[in-house]
Design a protein around this ligand. Sequence first.
Ligand code: NZQ
Ligand code: ZN
Length: 391
Amino acid sequence: MFNFQYYTPTKVVFGKNTEERVGALVKEFGYKKVLIHYGGGSVIKTGLLDKVKSSLSESGIAFTELGGVVPNPRISLVYEGIELAKKEGVDFILAVGGGSVVDSAKAIGYGLANEGDVWDFYEHTRTAKACMPVGVTLTLAATGSEMSNASVITNEDGWKKRGYGSDYARPVFSILIPELTMTLPDYQTACGCTDIIMHTMERYFTSGGNMELTDGIAEALMRTVIANAKVLRDDPANYNARAEVMWAGSLSHNDLTGCGNGGNDFATHMLEQELSGIFDVAHGAGLSALWGSWARYVYRDCLDRFCKYAVNVMGVKGATDEETALKGIEATEAFFKEIHMPVSLKELNLDPTEEEMDLMAHKCIIAAGGKKGSAKVLFEEDLRKILEMAR
Ligand code: NZQ
Ligand code: ZN
């Protein structure tokens, strides 16, 4: 078991009609002028944006707004947000939307609290010294950005999608309203469930330390999301299933499932960043398209954990450990198919050229600093092979 640090400063307000509390929350933390940040319009259509504005006004909080965040959020809008926030003198950024909006808000926060080009942080050439505080009203259960220290931004110049993490960016509060996720297209709900499971898998499949309690939490989280993803496929308006998935989303990426095991594989995530950076696919779908190939490539180096996962999460067992591990991988891919997620690049409607495959493996390993993975340490040629297996 490894030493660990666990830091989750985010105040979570969970449940029905809690969007009405946003103004009071901003006031409670002492902020006076808010930049409301949102995406392509779902929050206008659902009426959420108006409710948020009313709540802020009732609490005497001034605000300005910037919409237009796209999935795989762009640095150009981040720059725009920084300029606007400076001009308007805001002291708080409120993300109203999914993970892309939250990530864009965090990037604006970095840009406001530090000198120089905010992209430097995403290139890892400088570290941030602060971040303007961010609050969240979440509309999509997926990324865990509502409690995580991470944000992922795409630079249109070279279509580089890069992540940056620091505790400064952990949201001050997050309002989680399961009902808001009922307007999601089925595909986005399934992408979200996949991403949530993957955030736990990235920590669970480790050749590092071991902590029974952490493993138990991780396994329960994965089982819960798998069961409820299937409920939501058939019954998208099921409140309890929405609530289970939403809370799992926050816990899967706030580091709880990495305590004591040093779990930090994230090779599938980093490869997926290259896919969605270049081809602009939905993050969850990119992950499911790659995961089986990654798992088959690495499982022998992490056999105990693949067996434990097969038995405790997927409920399958073979005659030998190797067979058990492979059955667990097959069962996971079968689950992805059940919720209509792709398990290959072809199913993701992608047929990259050899050059594009080379480029993705190369960009990925540069971004990772030369190697990536904990279940198995991977180098550029490994990543290239995994991509090929995923065709
Ligand atoms: O833009 P709008 O109109 O709001 O529509 C969005 C968008 O088209 C729509 N949507 C969101 N909530 C909705 C809704 N539609 C109807 N009803 C609702 N309630 O869904 C679409 C996708 O939204 P997006 O925010 O892009 O999805 P998600 O939350 O999955 O975020 C994905 C981004 O987060 C990054 C991903 O790489 C990707 O860029 N990640 C961030 C992480 C983090 N910060 O910790 C970790 C993750 O691993 C991930 O990499
Ligand atoms: Zn993810």
